[in-house]
Design a protein around this ligand. Sequence first.
Ligand code: HEC
Ligand code: HEC
Length: 313
Amino acid sequence: MSTRKPRNNALLALMLAVASFLSISAIVRTALGAEIVVAEEEQLRHGKVLYASYCSGCHGVNGDGQGPAAAMLIVKPRDFTSGLFKFRSTPNGTLPTDADLMRTITRGVNRTSMPEWSLLPERERMALVQYVKSFYPGFAESGPGRPIFIPAPPATLGSPESIARGRQLYEMLECGRCHGPNGLGDGPSAATLAPDSWGNPQKPFNFTKGALKSGAAPEDVYRTFMTGLNGTAMPSYADVFDEPDGENVKPGDAWNLVSYVLSLRTPSRPGTQVASEEGAAVNAAYRGDLARAGYTAPLPEPAQAGANKESKP
Ligand code: HEC
Ligand code: HEC
C-alpha cells in the first residue's frame, strides 16, 4: 500500500486545513448541490465585529439607539431593543423577517442618516441581520410575523381611472388627516401627532417630494400602507383591503390607492425616479441575497392570496 500513503498524507493535510477553516469561518457543504450552512455562533461573532465598526456609532453598542452620533441626528437611530420595527412585510405589531432587515440594511433609509450598505458583501449584511436580531429576545422566542401576500400589480396601475379611484379611497380613508388633502404632509392632525414610540417627533410624509423611506416601487407603497409603520402614527389598512365589501372598497382597490399616491410624486425632481428604479431592483434581488449569503433556515412562507387576515397576530 505504499502507493497510497502520499495520497493519504495529502488527504490528511487537506482535512486539517478544512478543519481549521471550519473553526474560523463557516461550515461549507458542497456535496449535494452546493448547500451552505453557516454556523450560527460564528455568524453572530462576525456580526458583532461588523456592527461595532459600522453601526454602533449611531445605534449604540447595546443596540439601544444611543450611539455617540445619535444626539446630533434629527431622525433618531432605531433602538433595536424595543422590538418595534418600521419597515416590514409582516402584519402590524409583529417582527420583521430576515429579508425585511436585509432589504433595509441593503437600501438604507431615504431622507435619514441611515446609510445604504449595498457594497458590503451579502454574507456580512446577513451576519449584521442576525446580530441586530440578537438585541431583542422576541426574535428567538416567537420569530417574525408572516409576510403579507402582495399580488402582482395590475396593468391598470397608474392609469387615469386608477388614479381617480385612488383619490376617492384617499379621501374615504382619510389619509389626508395626516398627509394633507393634496398629500403635502400638512393634514390637520400633522401638527398635533404625539411623539412616536421612541419619544421622538414624527411627521407624515409629503408625497410630492423627497424619496420614500422604504422605497418608491409600487410594491413598497402597497407594503407600507398594508402593514403600517410600527412605532409611528402610520396605521395598517390591511383590515380595509383584505375584506372588500364590494361597495365602499372593491377588490383591487389597494393598487388604485398606490396609483394615486405615486401620481402625487414630481417626476421632474432629480433623484426621485432613479431611486425608485434602484429600489425595485434591490427589492427583487433581496431574497436571492439571502440564499447566496448562506441563509438556510426556512423563511416564513408569504401568505396566499386572500389569506392575509389569517396572518394577523
Ligand atoms: C449615521 C447613522 C447610522 C448608521 C451608521 C447606521 N444607521 Fe441604521 N438607522 C439610522 C437611523 C437614523 C434610522 C431610523 C430611520 C427611521 O426611523 O426612519 C436607522 C434605522 C435602521 C434600521 C431600520 C429598523 C426598522 O425600523 O425597520 C435598521 C435595520 C438599521 N438601521 C440597521 C443598521 C445597521 C445594521 C447598521 C450598520 C451596518 C446601521 N443601521 C448603521 C442611522 C444609522
Ligand atoms: C394618523 C396619521 C396618518 C394617517 C391617517 C396616514 N398616515 Fe401615512 N404616514 C404617517 C406618518 C407619521 C408617516 C411617516 C412615518 C415615518 O417616516 O417614520 C407616514 C408614512 C407613510 C408612507 C411612507 C412614506 C415613506 O417614506 O416610505 C406612506 C406610503 C403612507 N404613509 C401612506 C398613507 C396612506 C395611503 C394613508 C391612507 C390610507 C395614510 N398613509 C394614512 C401618518 C399617517
